[in-house]
Design a protein around this ligand. Sequence first.
Ligand code: GTP
Ligand code: MG
Length: 276
Amino acid sequence: LVDSTSSPNPNLLEVKECELKPREDDLRLMLLGLPGAGKSSSGNTILGQDLFESGGGFNQVTSETRARSAEVGGRRVTVVDTPGVPSEALSPSKLFKEIMRTIQLAAPGPHAFIIVVCIGRVTKADAEVFKLLPKMFDQDAPLFSIVLFTHADRLRNQGIQGLIRDNEAINLLVSKCGGRYCVFNNLQRDDRTQVHTLLTKVTAMVGQRQNREYSSKMFSRVHFLPVEVSIKWHDLRDWFLEFIEKLKQILKTSNDRGIQTVQIKHQNKSGNTQHV
Ligand SMILES: Nc1nc2c(ncn2[C@@H]2O[C@H](COP(=O)(O)OP(=O)(O)OP(=O)(O)O)[C@@H](O)[C@H]2O)c(=O)[nH]1
Ligand SMILES: [Mg+2]
C-alpha cells in the first residue's frame, strides 16, 4: 500500500549511499524493455547509485532479473531490473523464467510496470514489448504501466511530444499506458527532478488504483513460483517463441533498413561512444 498524498520532495531526493533490503512497504517498480533500452541505467538513476550493472559491454548485458532497493527522497524504493527482450544472452525459456521472477522479487506486486524506450532508436518492437504485460502477468497489469523514455540527451528540436506524435507505434504505446510517460537522461543522474517526476507520476497512478499495488493470484502464490512458472510456460510457450521471433524480425528489419533515427550506440561512463 502506498500513501498517495505523500508525493516525493525533490529537495529530499538525495539518496543514502547504502543498499537496503527490499521491504513490503517499498514502492516497487519493474523495468521492462528492449535490449540496451537503458533499463539498468534508469534503475541506477532512480536509486541514485550504481546498483545494477549497465553499459552495454560484454558483462553488462543484464541476464538475470535483479531487485535493488534504496531510500529515495525519504521513501523506500525497490527497482526490479529485467533482461532485455529479446535477449541475445538467454534462450527464450530462460528469458521467460527471468521475467517471471519479478513475481518473487516484486512481491506482493509492483506498483508500476515501466516500459523503457530508448529515444532515437524507436521501433515497433518497443510497442510490442507491452504485450508481455497482460500475457505474462494479468489483464489488469497495463493499468499499472508507464513509459520511460531514456537518452533524453538525444532529443533534438522535436521534443518528446513531437516524437510521440510522429511515431505511430510509440503513440499507441503511450496511449495503452494511459498517456503516462516520463523522460530520463541517465547521463545526468544528479538531475533528481527527473526521478521526482517519475515517482510523482507513479504515486498518482497508484492513487487512481485505490492506493494499491498491482496484485494478482500469481503474486499471492509466490511460494509456488516454480510451479506457477511451469504452468505459465506450458500455456504460453508457443505464443512466447513466436513473439520473440517477431521482435527479432522487427529489430533486424529496422537495422537493415536503417529505420532507426539514431544508430545503435552504447555510451560508456566516460561519455565515449562506441558503435556496437
Ligand atoms: N546517452 C545516453 N546513454 C544512455 C542513457 N541511458 C543509458 N545509456 C547508455 O545506454 C547503454 C545501455 O544501457 P543499459 O542501462 O545497460 O541498458 P539495458 O536496457 O539495461 O540493457 P540490457 O540489460 O542489455 O537489456 C549504456 O551504454 C548506457 O550507458 C541516456 O539517457 N543517455
Ligand atoms: Mg540491463
